[in-house]
Write a protein that binds this ligand. Structure first.
Ligand code: EPZ
Length: 426
């Protein structure tokens, strides 16, 4: 059996949707818990597939983890296993973020290489380069990234680290590895995403001496003793923005609660260029479409630029906009695979290297399509709302990995979508 969604044309979406904690924050916060012996509690957690998968990785390191609704409790022992389980890590790319905390706590870490995925090759060279500057030897061996503190007494030492690119994952791993290092670490050209700020805040609550969260220069005064904490995850700006795009694409009126609109300043500004209006409301924001959107150009960049995770939504909106849009993908080289599926739905779209050109059409036409990753899946469902006929979106497990209660939330906004369990059509 292969689950799929059946999406039928929708009128203007309307209503309020509550968004919970961010996938791209909670997974790192769970890894950060490794830095303190005892119980750390994380609240406002999204109920998505990735959270129990991350819990399995932490259990393979010797932790006890309880996932109960939107609360995750992690009991971290004094002795940690420094080798993460191959099977658990291979099921969840993001689990590579245990590398930094393990090197910090155990002076050694063996983490299976997550490998590439549908959106790109995703190397770890910047993670390793940063750990080496902190005084760890690091190599790829037997399919794993191995890192081991190499200094006298096998201690890590503070360092000045420049990242070639403001990588989210490298910033997080180096940050977590440096909290126990002797002396001061400065990470320059660091990632500035709100999820990084959320991680910095939790580490500060645990007792770490860090400054510069949200800027491109993070400074860590190492050597602090960290204690467990209770931390609330920030709202998921990518999920919140996905609902905003759905509102604009259908000429709707949707209020998103649980997300800080300032985490989406540029995104909301681009949507107004497409003809929408938005206003901040208590605990979130309200986005109103205005008939058929106007075409605009989109350029993905690290935060505070336009998020690459919303690129499929930008293409889906451009496919039904008035006019021609250029979409430039600067973060992941393989993220235009999505366009092939959009063409199946009748989109007039072509790619050339890291550019895509999309000529808007008044209406798409339904077809069976396949989700290649989380965001592509959501983009195909949004496009299906603007397609004549029944669109079948397959491989929806991808969507479940990043969007809690996706079908229920879309139906509550008036979307005509259903989860179906049937043998694959093809
Ligand atoms: C995080 O991935 C997110 N994942 C991604 O979201 C998001 O797209 C990405 O950041 C950018 O915002 C999680 O947080 C779990 P990067 P990450 O390191 O950390 C290259 C989603 O849909 N690079 O900032 O892997 C890399 O190949 C996912 O929720 C190196 O070359 O992203 C990419 O081209 C998809 N060497 C670019 O940098 C390195 O050592 C950005 O990657 C590290 C990265």
């Amino acid at each position: 059996m292969n689950e799929h969604f059946v999406v039928r044309p929708a009128d203007a979406l309307a209503g309020t949707v509550d968004v919970v904690g961010a996938k791209n924050s909670v997974l790192k916060l769970m890894a950060a818990a490794l830095l303190a012996v005892g119980r750390t509690t994380i609240t406002n957690c999204p109920q998505i597939l990735d959270v129990p998968l991350m819990a399995d990785v932490l259990r393979s390191l010797g932790c006890e983890v309880a996932v109960d609704g939107d609360v995750v409790e992690i009991d971290v022992p004094a002795e940690l296993n420094s080798e993460a389980d191959y099977r658990s890590v291979s099921r969840l790319r993001a689990s590579v973020c245990v590398l930094g905390p393990l090197v910090a706590r155990c002076r050694r870490a063996v983490v299976p290489l997550p490998g590439g995925d549908a959106i790109g090759s995703r190397p770890l060279d910047m993670h390793q380069a940063g750990l080496r500057l902190l005084g760890a030897r690091s190599e790829i061996s037997h399919g794993c990234v191995v890192a081991e503190a190499d200094g006298p007494g096998a201690a890590l030492r503070g360092a000045q680290i420049w990242l070639d690119f403001p990588s989210v994952g490298a910033t997080e791993n180096i940050l977590m590895a440096s909290v126990f290092a002797e002396g001061t670490t400065v990470i320059d050209n660091a990632a500035r995403e709100p999820e990084i700020v959320d991680l910095v805040r939790m580490l500060q609550e645990m007792g770490a001496k860090i400054s510069g969260g949200g800027t491109s220069t993070l400074t860590v005064h190492g050597g602090a003793d960290l204690v467990p904490t209770t931390h609330r995850v920030i709202g998921d700006r990518i999920v919140g923005a996905t609902w905003a795009f759905a509102s604009v694409m259908t000429g709707g009126d949707v209020t998103v609660r649980g997300v800080d609109p300032h985490h989406l300043d540029l995104v909301l500004d681009k949507l107004t260029q497409a003809g929408a209006t938005y206003e901040a409301v208590s605990e979130g924001f309200r986005v109103r479409g205005n008939g058929r959107p106007r075409s605009v150009d989109w350029v993905t960049l690290p935060y505070p630029g336009f998020p690459t995770d919303l690129q499929p939504m930008a293409i889906a909106l451009s496919a039904v906009s008035e006019g021609t849009s250029m979409i430039t993908e600067n973060v992941f080289e393989g993220r235009f695979r999505f366009v092939e599926e959009m063409v199946r739905l009748g989109a007039d779209a072509r790619t050339d290297g890291h550019h895509a050109v999309v000529r808007g059409v008044p209406r798409l036409s339904s077809a069976p399509v396949w989700a290649s990753d989380i965001r592509a899946g959501a983009g195909l469902v949004l496009a299906g709302l603007l397609a004549d006929g029944e669109t079948e979106v397959w491989d929806v497990a991808h969507i479940d990995r990043g969007y809690p209660r996706f079908v229920e939330n879309l139906r509550a906004l008036g979307g005509n979508v259903e989860r179906v369990n049937a043998p694959p059509a093809r």
